[in-house]
Ligand binder design. Structure first.
Ligand SMILES: [Zn+2]
Length: 474
């Protein structure tokens, strides 16, 4: 039997040449061809946003623990640049795709892979994109709130075209598709500039609110209060009309993102006295600290309150025991705080024990110089690596508030032990942390004069001789 095949007569352009029926068939053919071409070109769902979660939650928590308000600004700027980058990639890589870049915000306890898959990308697609990303970015540093700007094809099985995230204040990471299941990643260093500011105001109610009105970044205000807290009782000593002045840095990245820098100088006029602090890097130890005009460290050997924002709930001395009912001496002070609130080492020292300790629950004791020890009880958990023999620095997080041991609720029980005897940390006349002498004092005096001259400069744009530990713009 001879082979034959039947043509679709509607598309047969070889017969009835140039007759009316032929012209009709030609038009049908042209329409089908153009439909096929447009299906190839715009075949992916057009105008449909990729099925990625769009969120306006903000924040890339940088190493400084940037305060909320600054984070907001940073986030906006970064989103803009990420969007601009993503837009560029739409044009370069996928002229036929018209999907808008979507922002995926990393949720708590979520990895970048989790977030990409949550946004609709397949495991294979995610895995392929993560491989080069991991080479330029330590993905374990990604924190909740990190924003990932992603461009995908959209549709039911979206393909990733490009993504951008802010690895650091001054670093953007871009990932782009270079082939089927093949991606390339690069880290782009943004230029940064350091700005010097002088904030000055009369205190109206609280130092915090006044400094905020003077446009100091929240993280800088917190650092200022912390630095002064060894000398000033912020609950009782600050009155309306007291004045303050601060010389501080901020850094600005090329995309406009800002982040707080160091406090170079601060003064607080309390009416009866003026507290001054200068940031200074010790020429021998290399440690940066705040010193007063005499070269004495603002810090004390120990912190009275080794926790932020807590209220004193039980003071030192005799009291009725909240659990056992009878009157008994309370050999420490209690600070009420929520479970999980960080607890700081009150001073430099070595951990003597960090374990379960009877009714104290989870307990840490630190041995300091000059016969001092401090103890911290009822912790929910210890900070990583805390164990006997470990050296800690003043202000370092050693554990978290909890309610372990014999307690009625979460709080920190804090004890200061001097020469084996438990003493009241609130009454203690604590020795100064450090007093500069010799060459260090001479270098400090030179530095102090530079700062004092900078304070007289009406244009607050001075490059200081010294750089602090937090400044990123060196
Ligand atoms: Zn207690």
């Amino acid at each position: 039997m001879a082979f034959s095949y039947r043509r679709d007569p509607r598309l047969d352009l070889t017969s009835a040449l140039f007759q009316p029926v032929w012209w009709r068939r030609l038009v049908v053919f042209a329409v089908l061809i153009s439909a096929a071409v447009s299906a190839l070109t715009f075949g992916v769902p057009t105008g449909e946003a990729p099925s990625l979660l769009v969120s306006d939650a903000t924040g890339f928590d940088d190493a400084l623990g940037t305060a909320e308000q600054d984070r907001d600004e940073t986030a906006t700027d970064a989103t803009q640049i990420q969007t601009a980058f993503a837009q560029e990639h739409i044009d370069i890589l996928t002229p036929q795709m018209h999907a808008a870049p979507a922002t995926i915000t990393l949720a708590p306890r979520e990895t970048i892979s989790d977030a990409l898959m949550r946004s609709g990308l397949s495991a294979a697609e995610t895995f392929a994109a993560m491989a080069p990303l991991k080479k330029v970015y330590n993905v374990r540093r990604a924190k909740p709130g990190l924003e990932i700007s992603a461009v995908t094809t959209g549709g039911e099985a979206p393909e990733l075209k490009a993504l951008t995230l802010r690895a650091d204040f001054d670093t953007l990471v871009h990932v782009k598709r270079v082939g089927r299941r093949a991606f390339e990643a690069e880290a782009v260093q943004l230029e940064t500039q350091r700005h010097t500011h002088i904030a000055q105001a009369d205190i109206d109610n609280s130092l915090y609110l006044t400094a905020e009105e003077a446009e100091m970044p929240a993280a800088t205000i917190v650092a200022l209060i912390k630095a002064l807290s060894y000398r000033v009782d912020f609950q009782r000593e600050i009155r309306s009309g007291d004045g303050f002045r601060t010389l501080y840095h901020t850094s600005e990245a090329a995309d406009g993102a800002t982040r707080p820098g160091d406090i170079i100088y601060a003064e607080l006029d309390l009416g009866d006295r003026v507290e001054r602090l200068y940031q200074f890097k010790h020429p021998k130890t290399g440690r940066t600290d705040y010193f007063d005009e005499k070269g004495e460290s603002m810090r004390r050997l120990l912190m009275r309150t080794p926790i932020d924002g807590a209220r004193l709930t039980s003071s030192f001395g005799k009291r009725r025991h909240p659990v056992l009912g009878y009157v008994k001496s309370h050999p420490g002070v209690d600070f009420g705080a929520r479970t999980g609130t960080p607890i700081y080492a009150a001073g430099d020292g070595v951990i003597e024990r960090a374990n379960r300790y009877g009714s104290y629950g989870n307990y840490i004791r630190i041995r300091h110089v000059r016969g001092f020890k401090t103890a911290y009880a009822h912790l929910s958990r210890f900070a990583k690596g805390m164990k006997a023999g470990r050296k800690v620095r003043q202000g370092q997080v050693i554990g978290y508030v909890g309610a372990t041991g014999r307690v009625t609720g979460p709080h920190l029980h804090y004890e200061v032990i001097r020469s084996g005897k438990r003493v009241n940390p609130m009454r203690l006349d604590l020795p100064t942390g450090e007093v500069l002498s010799g060459d260090a004092l001479a270098a400090f005096k030179v530095h102090m004069e530079t700062v004092n001259a900078a304070l007289l400069d009406p244009t607050p744009r001075v490059q200081m001789a010294q750089n602090g530990p937090n400044d990123q713009s060196r």
